[in-house]
Structures are given as C-alpha cells and as structure tokens.
Design a protein around this ligand. Structure first.
Ligand SMILES: Nc1nc2c(ncn2[C@@H]2O[C@H](COP(=O)(O)OP(=O)(O)OP(=O)(O)O)[C@@H](O)[C@H]2O)c(=O)[nH]1
Length: 279
C-alpha cells in the first residue's frame, strides 16, 4: 500500500522548461526543486530531503533517482509502479512520489525521483544535481536504442566519480523488451555491462508491466543489504580497492561498445548481477 501523501510536482514525459530550472538556481536545492509552492509537502519531506546522510542507511525516506536518456521509459516505469500503488498519484504523473513497500515482511518507504532532461543537464558538481540527490539509482536504457545503452554506461562512470566513497545501490535497467524486433542491445551485453560496472541488472517492459515490481522490490533489498552491513565485509573492501582499475575497465568496455566490438564484452563472466536479492 502506498503512502503517497501529496503531489510534489506534476510531470509528463516532456522535460520541464529550463526557465523553471533557472528559477531554482541559488535556492535551497532539493526542497525548492521538487516542491516550490507546497509548504505542507516541504514540511513532510524536510526530514528526509535535508538529511545529511548520503549512504541511505539511516534515513526514514530513501531517495531513489531514475537516470537515463530521454524516451527510454523512466516515466513509464514509475507510472506502472505508481499505478500499482496509488492511482491518484499516477494520474498526476508526479515527478517525485513516495510510497511504502512491503518486501519480505518489512515495510520500506521510498521516495522515487524521475529526472528529466533539464535536471540531467545540471552540473554534476552542483548540490542539486541528480547525481548527488540519490541514496540509490536506477539507470535506464532502452534495449531498442544502443545510444541510450552507451549513455547509461557514461552515467554509471559519472556516478562512480561523483559518489566515489559511497556504496550506493545501482540497478541498470534495459527497458522496452517487448519490442523484440527492434532490439539493438542483447541481454548478454546488458549483463556484461552490469558486471563491468559493478551494479545489478534487470530487463523490463513498462508496456507489458514485466519485471517492474521486481525492479523496485529488488531496489529495496539492495538498500537493506547495505543497511544491514552485509557489504562491510571483505567483498566491499576488495571492491573499493579495485575501484580505480574498475573505472579503467569500465572505460575500456565503453570504448568497445562505441566501436561496436561487442563480442569481446560478452566474455565478461556474469556473476550474480541479475540476482537483486544478493549483493
Ligand atoms: N514499447 C514500449 N514502449 C515504451 C516502454 N516504456 C516506455 N515506452 C514508450 O516510450 C516513450 C517514452 O517513454 P517515457 O516514459 O516518457 O520515457 P522517459 O525516459 O521518461 O522520457 P523523458 O521524460 O523524455 O525523460 C513513450 O511513448 C512510452 O509509451 C516499453 O517498455 N515498451
């Protein structure tokens, strides 16, 4: 059952006009960005949004940010999920919505942010950049659009750079799997990319509502696994130590994608990147 309490800002798939974005510059970043005129919403959100914690482990509300090229289906994925949770919120197509999920017998409240083009253009260094707002990330590409797959890889690299010291849950999502004949990115490539970029992976179809529930439930599990300290083990230390080399490997992977020499990328062994219930 969803705990969506109030609309923060209305949004269709059309990005917000940049004029709106400009109005936000220099203001209190997050609250202004998402709820410029709703005091009640600000009051409700202030506890979570203004919290200094960035690893998502101690907050009542966890910010999950959706990133990806325009048109890959971010809004559609959120809308499906919203519809299951809260019809009213779905109809309003809020850009940020809050819901409480019951996963494995425990409730977790997520604040899901769907970023548009204007938000994505914000300087990575600025405090209201989507790269800095999330406690967890869903990076979406369309399996019918190779360029969006390459963008997703770039976004993963940018996230690594921006949030280096943090162990943030990230799920790479290949959407639009229903468009079988138009597929440009294979499931193996998506999986290999997730292994190289050290994140989880799932393919979805917003149209068929395939794997959307699994995606959001998986995100809750990924957050919990970190919260429970499961990743303070040797595995995370080792992963952190090889961060530098991973970035280099990621860059090489991306270069191979650009040159379309994708066969070599598939040699990467698929670990458990498709299992969203383990680290
Ligand atoms: N066939 C198919 N179409 C989809 C799917 N997901 C989204 N679409 C369509 O793709 C188009 C773009 O979807 P959006 O959800 O607006 O994409 P977005 O990533 O939010 O785009 P921006 O708002 O521009 O950032 C719409 O026409 C959707 O109906 C899917 O799984 N399958």
């Amino acid at each position: 059952m969803c705990a969506s309490r109030a609309p923060l800002r209305r949004r269709a798939s059309t990005p917000l006009p940049c004029a709106h974005q400009n109005r936000q510059r220099g203001s209190t970043p997050i609250r202004k960005l998402y709820s410029p005129s709703k005091a009640s919403v600000s009051a409700h959100c202030s506890g979570s949004l203004d919290s200094g914690a960035s690893d998502g482990t101690n907050e009542a509300h966890l910010r999950v940010v959706l990133l990806g090229d325009p048109g890959v289906g971010k809004t559609s994925l959120v809308a499906i999920f919203q519809r299951e949770q809260d019809k009213e919120a779905a109809e309003q197509q809020q850009e940020v919505f809050e819901c409480t999920l019951m996963v494995d017998g425990e409730e977790t409240t997520l604040q899901v942010m769907d970023t548009g083009e204007c938000e994505m253009k914000k300087a990575i260094g600025s405090s209201d950049s989507p790269m800095r707002l999330g406690n967890a990330y869903i990076i979406v590409y369309s399996v019918t659009d190779r360029a969006s797959f390459e963008s997703a890889s770039e976004l993963r690299i940018q996230l690594r750079r921006t949030r280096q010291a943090e162990n943030i849950p990230i799920i790479l999502v290949g959407n639009k799997t229903d468009l079988v004949r138009s597929r440009e990115v294979s499931v193996e490539e998506g999986r290999a990319c997730a292994v190289v970029f050290d994140c989880k992976f799932i393919e979805t179809s917003a149209v068929l509502q395939h794997n959307v529930k699994e995606l959001f439930e998986g995100m809750v599990r990924q957050i919990r696994l970190r919260r429970e300290g499961a990743d303070t083990s040797d595995s995370f230390r080792l992963r952190s130590q090889r961060k530098e080399s991973l970035t280099k490997r990621a860059r090489r992977f991306l270069d191979r994608l650009v040159t379309r020499n994708s066969k070599s990328t598939l040699k990467v062994h698929s670990r458990s990147c498709h299992d969203l219930s383990v680290l």
